[in-house]
Design a protein around this ligand. Structure first.
Ligand SMILES: Cc1cc2nc3c(=O)[nH]c(=O)nc-3n(C[C@H](O)[C@H](O)[C@H](O)COP(=O)(O)OP(=O)(O)OC[C@H]3O[C@@H](n4cnc5c(N)ncnc54)[C@H](O)[C@@H]3O)c2cc1C
Length: 409
């Protein structure tokens, strides 16, 4: 299977849609510049990071106005009521332009399906159009210092007080929380139930008194993540998504969409690595050639795996492989790319300067982000083992124990 065969079998309706979307992009967006491939998405200056966030938020708003956001979502919730292939075509076209929805697009992909599936009618009518138009941006408030891979161990408490919950606790690693208007948060509402059964999923306005967001500065000097402290934060019971104490169900919907989004969002780097090797006169080096060939093949295989899954799903079939394999492959590729870029540059990685060196530094320093975010490689392998290989479940002593009685550090 090749990338081309999906385009050549396009129907007249699909070709007409492609032409219409392309015309809109040509009139409203900037074609990708030749000098931009080495730009990174790392913003060391907080003001610059905020500007970038607001720019992508505004771009999402433009797409919404043009009917190009939530193309396949139901019309009554702000979507276009279109077919899923329309979303694919729009995404393919968007890759040729500078404008990008960035993190805002990621949360739409994560939260949207969870609200569509588990939200009340009122929540869907209130929040989905605002999510799609980016009038409201949302951050994910799931992880805690003691709950990452074992997310269901989370300890942020929510106690009922009339028609409100009062939240107390701490979240961590919350991407872009310093810029977002709202959050979706997992809280413990029944400490006497087993850990998966006493969790509630809430929507929370980030300007509510008692929420403190502290950015975490990383090794690459940007602050992608935050710690979020919640002290006596009052949230209406009407903001519960799904059932009280059954928040693990919408959380799983978020997590599976997050993993798929991360796997699909990886931008290819093979041509950059080849260019770097050419710059350093290493294209004839046997070891570098071997590594480039390995990387080139892996990146192509990974994109073909993604296409095969999408191709099958678009035709109403089931995925021909566990979609988790694609995220696993994408995260292994990211590590290989960072390591290879640093070996090609050698001492220039430290001593050199310019946009290519900067790109290679960021590729190296950020190479573990995909293999941790949205679930670590190790946990994904456990899931694939259980789900696809039918291996016995990972032994666990606390699944049916009351959360309150589980030992915690
Ligand atoms: C780029 C990025 C963006 C993120 N954005 C968000 C966000 O917006 N909101 C949010 O809430 N969180 C976010 N996170 C946090 C992320 O979900 C957690 O980091 C992740 O789930 C791992 O949890 P942890 O960091 O607590 O590591 P731990 O769970 O403590 O894991 C430590 C190590 O132990 C291994 N391990 C743990 N359990 C097992 C097991 N059962 N079997 C085998 N190995 C195991 C892990 O694989 C890992 O190597 C983000 C993380 C990254 C990197």
């Amino acid at each position: 299977m090749t990338a081309a065969n999906h385009k050549t079998d396009e129907s007249a309706e699909q070709a007409e849609f492609r032409a219409r979307v392309k015309a809109w992009y040509d009139a409203n967006a900037t074609p990708k510049r030749d000098d931009s491939p080495w730009e990174t998405n790392v913003h060391r200056d907080p003001a610059d990071a905020r500007r970038h966030f607001l720019t992508s938020k505004a771009w999402q708003g433009r797409l919404y106005e043009a009917g190009l956001a939530g193309i396949a979502w139901p019309e009554e919730y702000g979507g276009g009521g279109g077919k899923s292939w329309m979303t694919r075509i729009e995404r393919e076209i968007s890759l040729g332009y500078e404008e990008w929805v960035g993190f805002v697009g990621a949360t739409i992909a994560m939260l949207g399906p969870a609200l569509l599936r588990h939200g009340t009618e009122e929540q869907k009518r209130e929040f989905l159009p605002k999510l799609l138009s980016a009038e409201l941006s949302f951050c994910q408030l799931f992880s805690e210092p003691g709950a990452g891979s074992d997310l269901a161990a989370l300890a942020t408490r929510a106690e009922r007080d009339g028609d409100e919950f009062i939240l107390n606790g701490q979240k961590v690693w919350n991407s872009s929380a310093q810029f977002c208007d709202w959050g979706f948060v997992l809280v413990r509402t029944d400490p006497d139930a087993p850990k998966h059964k006493g969790i509630t999923f809430l929507l929370v306005d980030m300007s509510t008194p008692g929420i403190e967001v502290r950015p975490l500065v990383q090794i690459n000097q940007s602050a992608h993540f935050n710690e979020v402290f919640l002290t006596d934060v009052r949230v209406p019971v009407a903001n519960v998504v799904g059932e009280i104490n059954q928040g693990w169900t919408p959380a799983r919907t978020v997590l599976s969409n997050e993993s798929a989004f991360i796997a699909g969002a990886r931008i290819p780097t093979r041509s950059k690595l080849i260019e770097l090797a050419g710059d350093k006169g290493l294209l004839g080096d046997l070891v570098v050639r071997q590594d480039l060939a390995n990387y080139y093949s892996r990146e192509l295989i990974s994109s073909w795996m993604g296409e095969q899954v999408q191709y099958a799903v678009r035709r109403g079939g089931s995925a021909p492989m566990d979609p988790g394999l694609i995220k696993l492959m994408a995260s292994q590729n990211r590590r290989l790319s960072g390591d290879l870029a640093s070996r090609i540059l050698g001492a220039d990685l430290d001593a050199g300067s310019g946009e290519k060196v900067n790109w290679a530094q960021m590729e190296l320093l950020g190479r573990y982000s995909i293999s941790i975010g949205g679930g670590t490689d190790e946990v994904l392998k456990n899931n694939i083992g259980e789900r696809s290989l039918q291996l016995p479940r990972e032994p666990g002593y606390d699944k049916n124990q009351r959360w309150r009685e589980i030992p915690r550090s």
